[in-house]
Design a protein around this ligand. Structure first.
Ligand code: FAD
Ligand code: SIN
Length: 516
């Protein structure tokens, strides 16, 4: 008996899962990717991948328990403790798996070089090529996938856009996708959605153009429960010029500081960990500072990495962050002598398709892993460098679950989302991105969310959005509905009209009109 598995997505979650699955002769794997193999969030990852390794490869005194505690603390207490335990405990095995497929991490002598990032209590970030970790991982995994595809061990289709997960009697029966301008169908017993995030929902994002919530859209239409969608992480330090180049948190880990227009460091007033506070705290600190234009300053915020160069010696920034050194120079900045203007940009969606610890969604045969999934590990705010790790650990678990003979689909409590009502209005993606940036970014309030909900309903009622646009629109509706429902501030979800905690339970939705 052969099990047919379709893996949708060629980031870390999809490529790694596909490689593992293809090692079992009883599984036939097809990988679909809408873009080229390097068109993924994974490819752009800079800082690295968090893991506490054994065998003398961890920082002195660091433990898997400390990694788990940092993950829960950054998640503002909303992380699922068991999911976090699994994530941190299985990190070392995941790193071993990456090394087996040819990923080479930067070394300091015989041990890996370990970076520090915000809200980590110890240096434990493995990186590759200095600040080109994602490109290193993507290149190694892609090379192995291409080799196996040539050897007939798996099937790879790039330029293949997933349109729908197909069901028979309520369980997965295959996928429908577009390739070379034609519609295709592929039968499968299992589908793994590894389609990444949705940064394209917002005007300013660190994500590439492929991040359009397609997996969420397909899962929603198939009737899967989605959750935690109010929690969208904004990275604090994207370069405040067109393109929003991410300036890695690892730069702050090396000692760079944030300053306002007068040169004053303002983060020490906001949090005891200052620039290395959890990401939501730093992003909010910057957003509030920019909004207020405090202390006679112009509201601009700058990242000062000149102190790192001065402290570590000339040439350090170029050696430690070669990609950023080249890219900032290309944009006209000399960061060894000049502060960089920075602003928060949409970076990572904590929410997604609800899964259990084995990647199973509420639809039998449908799995999700990586950024497309909501495993519960990140709670209300993801700890830096835990995302690549999540794709690795839970992608592998999904494969093991499938090959062990998947059990019943989990049941998650969820509310039906009201269908769109109201006038109809033509859809425009740029307007959607502006609307979401205005109402549902770092600082939110009920009035602006209500306006956004009305406009989103009008676009949805018109029903003119298709493909990526339809997925983004649906994702926006779900995000805004979730943000309206959570009348409190926690982690990345900050309501200026509800600044206190009131311990709202998980916000999860199901599509009452889904095909079954
Ligand atoms: P992705 O890597 O985004 O891959 C998604 C794949 O799905 C792509 O191949 C895409 O083409 C495909 N796809 C999407 N829709 C469809 C469709 N309809 N049909 C077919 N294919 C489809 N995290 C860390 O842990 N450490 C870091 O240092 C780090 N740095 C980052 C820096 C940047 C600039 C960015 C943007 C993110 C960073 N992150 C980092 C986050 C992390 O990179 C991502 O969350 C993670 O790589 C997601 O992996 P994934 O496999 O789930 O999805
Ligand atoms: C970064 O390098 O700052 C990004 C790390 C992450 O998103 O985990």
């Amino acid at each position: 008996m052969t099990t047919r598995l379709v893996v949708v997505g060629a980031g870390i979650a999809g490529l790694y899962a596909a490689l593992l699955a293809s090692e079992d002769r009883g599984t036939h794997v097809t990988v679909l990717s809408k873009g080229r193999l390097e068109q993924s969030n994974t490819y752009y990852a800079q800082g690295g991948i968090a893991a506490v390794l054994g065998g003398g490869e961890a920082a002195p005194g660091d433990t898997v328990g400390a990694h788990a505690a940092d993950t829960v603390a950054a998640g503002a207490g909303l992380s699922d403790p068991e999911a976090v335990r699994v994530l941190c405990a299985e990190a070392a095995a995941g790193i071993a798996g990456l090394r087996r497929f040819g990923v080479q991490f930067d070394a300091a002598g015989p041990a890996p070089a370990l970076g520090l990032e915000a809200a980590h209590s110890a240096p434990r970030i493995l990186h590759a090529g200095g600040d080109a970790t994602g490109a290193g991982i993507s290149a190694a995994l892609s090379a192995e996938v291409l080799r196996r595809a040539r050897a007939g061990l798996l099937t790879l289709r790039t330029g293949a856009f997933l349109e729908a997960v197909e069901l028979a009697s309520g369980a997965v029966s295959g996928v429908r996708f577009r390739h070379d301008g034609k519609e295709h169908r592929l039968r499968a017993e299992a589908v793994l959605l590894a389609t990444g995030g949705a940064g394209q929902l917002f005007e300013h994002t660190t994500n590439p153009s492929v991040a359009t919530a397609d997996g969420l859209g397909a899962a929603w239409r198939a009737g899967a429960v989605v959750r935690d969608l109010e929690f969208f992480q904004f990275h604090p330090t994207a370069l405040a010029v067109p393109g929003n180049l991410l300036i890695s948190e690892a730069v702050r880990g090396e000692g760079a500081v944030l300053r306002d227009g007068t040169g004053r460091r303002f983060m020490p007033d906001v949090h005891p960990l200052a620039e290395l506070a959890p990401r939501d705290v730093v992003a909010r600190g910057i957003a509030q500072h920019r909004a207020a234009g405090r202390d006679g300053a112009d509201g601009e915020v700058y990242l000062d990495a000149t102190v790192v160069e001065a402290g570590q010696g000339a040439g350090f920034l170029a050696r430690r962050f070669p990609t950023l050194h080249r890219l900032t120079a290309g944009l006209g900045f000399d960061w060894t002598s000049q502060w960089l203007p920075v602003a928060p940009a949409a970076h990572y969606w904590m929410g997604g398709v609800a899964t259990d610890l084995n990647g199973r969604t509420s639809v039998p045969g449908l799995y999700a892993a990586g950024e497309a999934a909501a495993t519960g590990v990140h709670g209300a705010n993801r700890l830096a460098s835990n995302s690549l790790l999540e794709g690795l650990v839970f992608g592998a678990r999904a494969v093991r679950d499938l090959q062990a003979g998947a059990g019943p689909a989990p049941v998650f409590a969820a509310l039906p989302l009201e269908p769109a009502r109201g006038e109809r209005s033509g859809f425009d993606r740029m307007e959607l991105r502006r609307l979401m940036s205005d109402a549902a970014a770092v600082l939110r309030d009920g009035d602006r969310l209500a306006v956004a909900a009305k406009q989103l309903d009008m676009w949805q009622a018109r029903g003119s959005a298709t493909g990526e646009d339809a997925n983004l629109l649906q994702a926006g509706r779900l995000l805004v509905a979730s943000a309206r429902r959570r009348e409190e501030s926690v982690g990345a979800h900050f309501r200026t009209d509800f600044q206190h905690r009131n311990h709202t339970g998980p916000v999860a939705w199901i599509n009452p009109g889904a095909a079954s």
